[in-house]
Design a protein around this ligand. Structure first.
Ligand code: UDP
Length: 326
């Protein structure tokens, strides 16, 4: 397949490109490099452009012609920032995506795999979240993703655009061969923050946001899914659209929840030393427990996450962190 990866210079997109290329697919990356890294585009050409600029999108399709499948990872994705600056979230994630969809309709492309998020569920009332749970986002980031999910339903109905939304729980880990990895500025995610706090005198001490949640050890529980498992799900989602005509959504997690303290303990086992931390106040908007019921994706897409052990996942992130190239 010839696959267009929008946002292919970012954390998830770059791992996707590596996997696509390993599977023998041709890759074209489109990215504005606002949070992505040109150095992470190693599999296929990089077209620098912005989904908010229609001329950039027109040029992309004019030069590179037809794609068999489009994967869309371009997004602003920091919950806190989305609360402070909703305008850039609605513009980038909703208006930008509308530009992509309209360009697809205009150029006769009808297959899209879209990055969605567990944040569409807001504060779920159940511990294991399947696709039937109500979507009630509690911040502009989750709201923008829910809006696109709804838009995709309407674009299928009206224009025949087929899509799969993949709702990631906590994407983490790195390419075991260390060619790409996680590199956010600023870094807000737990696993990279834990690893950055190891052995780094200049780095601030690790903060644990709240230990008074209704969980076994009082810290939040999340479903950590390895980046390579996300990549395999995207290819399967793309292939699913070959013989399914609709706008679908699947939850992607490995089905196991780990608390913040369990993650820190697993990281200590990986790095072989103690990791100091301070307990801080709760972070605004953090639900106590978010764990995916991914059985629909497993059944419908024929997908199976390979990384179910948190220690194995953290080991890949640690390897990358020690050799971080960009
Ligand atoms: N967290 C933490 N310290 C950090 C970063 C995150 O205690 O430096 C907690 C956070 O409050 C949440 C969990 O770790 O309970 C996972 O947070 P992350 O930002 O990695 O992902 P999220 O679940 O918010 O998407």
């Amino acid at each position: 397949m010839k696959v267009l990866v929008l946002g292919g210079a970012g954390y998830i997109g770059s791992h996707m490109c590596k996997y696509l290329s390993e599977q023998g697919h041709e890759v074209v990356v489109f990215d504005n490099l606002s949070t992505g890294h040109a150095e992470a585009v190693k599999w296929g050409v990089l077209v620098k452009g912005d989904i908010l600029n229609q001329a950039d999108l027109d040029m992309l399709f004019e030069i590179h012609g037809r794609f068999d499948l489009i994967m869309h990872f371009c997004a602003k994705s920091l919950v806190g920032e989305s609360v402070q600056q909703p305008a850039i979230y609605y513009k980038n994630n909703v208006v930008g995506t509308l530009n992509v969809l309209d360009t697809m309709v205009k150029t006769g492309h009808d297959k899209l795999v879209f990055s969605s998020t567990a944040a569409v569920f807001g504060m779920p009332q159940v511990n294991l979240i399947d696709e039937k749970q109500p979507r009630r986002p509690i911040n502009p980031y989750g709201q923008t993703k829910k809006m696109v999910e709804d838009i995709l339903q309407d674009y299928h109905q009206a224009y025949g655009l087929k899509s799969v939304c993949l709702r990631y729980f906590n994407a983490c880990g790195a390419d075991p061969e260390c060619e790409v990895g996680e590199c956010h500025q600023p870094e807000t995610h737990l696993i990279p923050n834990v690893l950055k706090s190891v052995n780094n005198a200049s780095s601030a001490k690790l903060k644990v946001f709240g230990n008074d949640y209704p969980t076994a050890d009082g810290t939040c529980v999340r479903d950590y899914i390895h980046i390579n498992d996300l990549a395999t799900a995207h290819i399967k989602a793309g292939l699913y659209l070959d013989n399914h005509d609709g706008a679908y959504a699947f939850n992607l997690g490995n089905g196991n929840g780990f608390s913040v303290l369990q993650v820190i303990n697993a990281a200590m086992a990986v790095v072989g030393e103690d990791i100091a931390f301070d307990i801080e106040a709760r972070r605004q908007g953090d639900p106590a427990i978010l764990v995916a019921d991914a059985s629909l994706a497993i059944k419908q897409l024929g997908w199976q996450p390979k990384y179910t052990d948190i220690t194995d996942i953290i080991a890949t992130a640690w390897q990358w962190h020690q050799n971080e190239k960009f």
